[in-house]
Design a protein around this ligand. Structure first.
Ligand code: ATP
Ligand code: MG
Length: 632
């Protein structure tokens, strides 16, 4: 493991220099005789019923109270939280805020063209949701049905999700960049009778015919009886008997829609993983535990306060969008940004121009975008005023030290904590992150660091290991998440992790990517961290290199430099055997490197590339295959 981590004190984050326990702990348990973060964390895992019972009563509005906090047995795959309780998620995200602050902005729709944002208040979002809920009922959607939503980030997409929750239907949001085949697969899985879409999407200055993709998909989906079509652009599209003009029909509906009392463990939504390691897995999240956990993590990991503007630039089609654009922020009465564009439209300053214009306080993005933007240089960031920023978040992949430091030093002017958040679609919410903790506590670059309340990680080898063990990151049932993959009573995450002597966690990559070189276990994240100035991915001891635009260097010189860097920073045994320079790497549509595809290319098994339905740019694979030029 690297020895040169520089612990950075990331400042007080506006909380005052003296440690204020209330700033990093749920108020409901602040009185339980716990005086610091580590005491509170211990309380959350040792007395998890008391912890989560108190937090659930305090943070959620219940139609009827739960009688049992948890009823879980991982070895049986049984996970039940807040049994006996009834609630409605849309009431928690809307009605109760409309009662206290109806004119507070709930959504800022940051449309593709900068400066054309639209703000929607809590009162307006509740109205939209109710009208849509009534329309869905008129179309025959009932409690327990599953509605597929194929829309880019926009207020009607959020209202559609909440309308499903209001009437007791589940939703199945499909990222609006997927092909008609991938969409059809997901519609069939959900057996949806209803699909909600838009006529066209607009992204990066380009118009995308989303309705046409839906038309193609539903040809192979006999369950679909109607397609509700919202108008994102002025352009008309061909409508069939099955199609319902969404705005026109919803305006006929009442602005009141009675919320259905749902059981805590009823299904809230269906969603697929990114497909980095194989065919995407369809997952289910339920009502109460999911909502409570996303609301708590949103509040404390990002230190979100009333009045802050939360800018998560993910798409709503991924779990990050579900949890930290929609459910977490809205449950907390927050103001949340819906980003329709790309990090480089109209130029690489887009994120930071938006931060200035909207006054974003917490910015949450992905390492892939950070790595892309740092290549364009600091000026694109420094052109804009970022003084509103308080916390910077990262999610989706390990964030290498160079990207972390750039994010911290340039974007955050060295004064905002960077929270590297580790979690998965399966967990639904952030499990490991540097905060909450004493605001004075150190944050180590590139480390997710500390388990959140109720999360008890374990490192497994052939058995649970302590101290310096690496390999699997697991936890058992101390938090209201719905991860039912039992293995020896643990939830097996599939990621490798290292625990430092201080007890901090570092994700070292997926277990499949941990390689054994001369008897040494080597994680891809560790290697990429060392050579990231030129290397984006490492497979085995085969390195794929993506050069920064400005770097012009002879390939054999480059190879020599890389080998020296690895040898110096890790060890000789980790030196690459092969190096291939590529223009770009195959990535999922959520921006993650598809290492399994690279592995097949290296193994020359290009007939067995596996499921490519989530691949973003097919050309990237062809290029990697055809450019099979190895330097040694
Ligand atoms: P699939 O499960 O279909 O192969 P996926 O695992 O990429 O795809 P997601 O649920 O979107 O699907 O991603 C979760 C995974 O992303 C984690 O298991 C981990 O490998 C990686 N990840 C997420 N956040 C971080 C982080 N902060 N640091 C390191 N890795 C992360
Ligand atoms: Mg996964």
């Amino acid at each position: 493991m690297r020895q040169d981590w520089i612990p950075l004190n990331c400042g007080e984050n506006g909380l005052g220099r003296s440690y204020n326990i209330a700033s990093c702990m749920p108020e409901a348990v602040a009185f339980q005789g716990v005086s610091d973060h580590s005491g509170l964390y211990k309380f959350s895992v040792n007395e998890s019923d008391r912890f989560w019972g108190a937090v659930a009563r305090q943070r959620l509005s219940w139609i009827s109270p739960f009688h049992t906090v948890q009823n879980c047995d991982f070895s049986q795959g049984k996970i039940k939280w807040f049994e006996g309780g009834k609630l409605n998620v849309s009431v928690n995200c809307l009605d109760r805020h409309v009662q206290t602050c109806p004119e507070r902005v709930a959504l800022i729709w940051e449309r593709d063209e900068p400066g054309t944002e639209v703000k929607i208040t809590y009162r307006q979002l509740l109205e939209l949701t109710c009208r849509l809920g009534n329309l869905l009922k008129r179309q025959g959607v009932r409690r327990g049905d599953c509605v597929t939503i194929y829309m880019p980030p926009c207020p009607l997409a959020v209202a559609s999700m909440l309308a499903c929750a209001r009437i007791g239907a589940a939703h199945n949001v499909v990222f609006a960049g997927f092909s008609s085949e991938a969409l059809a697969d997901r519609i069939r899985d959900a057996q949806s009778s209803t699909v909600i879409t838009v006529n066209q999407g607009v992204r990066g200055g380009k118009v995308v015919d989303l309705k046409r993709t839906v038309d193609q998909a539903v040809q192979n989906c006999p369950s679909v009886q109607q397609v509700l079509v919202a108008m994102r652009t002025e352009n008309t599209v061909a409508m069939t008997d099955r199609d319902v003009p969404l705005e026109e029909e919803m305006m006929k509906e009442d602005v009141v829609c009675e919320p259905v009392a749902m059981d805590s463990e009823d299904v809230l939504f269906l969603l697929y993983t990114s497909g980095s390691t194989g065919k995407p897995k369809g997952l289910v999240h339920t009502q109460a535990g999911y909502l409570l956990y996303t609301s708590l993590t949103h509040r404390y990991v990002f230190n979100y306060h009333d009045g802050d503007v939360f800018g998560c630039v993910a798409d709503i089609g991924w779990i990050t969008g579900h949890s930290y654009i929609v459910y977490g922020p809205l449950c907390n009465g927050g103001t949340t940004v819906l980003f329709e564009s790309t990090p480089v439209y109209p130029n690489p300053g887009r994120y930071w121009e938006m931060v200035e214009r909207l006054g974003i306080n917490q910015f949450y993005g992905a390492p892939t975008a950070i790595r892309l933007l740092l290549k364009y240089g600091d000026e694109w960031v420094q052109n804009y005023n970022r003084s509103s920023l308080k916390t910077l978040g990262s999610v989706g992949e390990p964030i290498n030290t160079e990207a972390w430091e750039w994010y911290h030093r340039v974007v955050g002017d060295g004064r905002c904590p960077v929270v590297d958040t580790w979690w998965q679609t399966e967990t639904g919410g952030i499990c490991i992150a540097p905060r909450p903790s004493d605001p004075e506590a150190e944050i180590v670059p590139g480390m997710a660091m500390r388990p959140f309340y109720g999360i008890k990680p374990a490192l497994l080898d052939t058995e649970v290991v302590t101290g310096d063990g690496v390999l699997a990151l697991c936890y058992n049932q101390y938090c209201p998440l719905n991860c039912a993959t039992p293995l020896l009573g643990f939830f097996f995450t599939g990621d490798g992790a290292h625990r430092s002597k201080e007890g901090y966690y570092q994700i070292v990559g997926r277990l499949d990517d941990v390689i054994n070189v001369s008897g040494h276990r080597l994680g891809t994240a560790e290697l990429e961290d060392v050579v990231v100035c030129t290397i984006i991915i490492m497979f085995g001891v085969y390195v794929f290199v993506v050069l920064k635009k400005a770097v012009m260097v002879e390939e054999d010189v480059l190879a020599q430099q890389l080998r020296e860097m690895v040898s110096r920073s890790i060890a000789k045994y980790a030196c690459p055997d092969f190096i291939q320079v590529v223009r770009c790497l195959p990535k999922t549509r959520s921006g993650k490197i598809m290492r399994r595809v690279l592995r097949k290319v290296v193994e020359r098994n290009t007939d067995e590339l596996g499921d490519l339905s989530t691949l973003d740019d097919p050309d990237s694979v062809h290029e990697v295959i055809s450019g099979h030029r190895r330097l040694c």
